[in-house]
Design a binder for this molecule. Sequence first.
Ligand SMILES: [Cu+2]
Length: 254
Amino acid sequence: MTIPTTIRNRVLGAAAPATSPRRALAALSPVAAMAAGCTSGPMSALDPAGPAAAAVADVWWAMFWGSAVILLAVTALALYAACRRPEARMKVSPRLLVIGGGIVFPGTVLVALLGYGLHAGHAQLPLPTTEPVFRVDVTANRWTWDIVYRDAEGGPVRSENLLYLPVDRPVDVYLTTTDVIHAFWVPRLAGKIDAIPGVTNVLRLRASRPGTFRGQCAEFCGWGHPDMVLLVEAHEAADLMQRLAALPPAEVRR
Ligand SMILES: [Cu+2]
């Protein structure tokens, strides 16, 4: 079938050959910009600043590249089936296709992914360690984060919506809530964990370098949910002690 010239020009463009390098680069630039936007920024899980977040990012990249390979393979098979005459195609038994392609292959991929995901999740568990663990008690309530540092020199102190952490030391976040379900999420430092009324969940994270990181409540909790932002500052030990010394005293609640 011949495509009318006017329609062809509208779709492919008539001014320059569709395959010129400049046109190809121009077409790719939004993709490159999107990719750059996804892998950097204050809340990019693909720009990890600690081992727990790095484990999450590794799972994401494994899924991305794995799904890209599978998509290419399936597309190639579909094109093969569509373009080859039926009598010229490979003879494969339908039973083999259903069992192999519908059960064995996806089952293998999902089990491998589950194992990999569980292994990556270990980085965020409060497992016994020989390193001194820095503990913070975080209570979510609509729509603030109330933080208590029970191990501060001179007694417990508190801050609100600003979490101070030591650099390169395990930190256990003891998380609960006084009202509805919230979720604690600082993408550059760790995965997400729910704050549930009457329950204390513990998340281990670690900041590998000093800096300021942004967190956000990741569970809809009412009209103030978008503003339930948390800033996290990671400091060297001496700086951290100075910051904590400037905070008001707190009562330990649990
Ligand atoms: Cu929320």
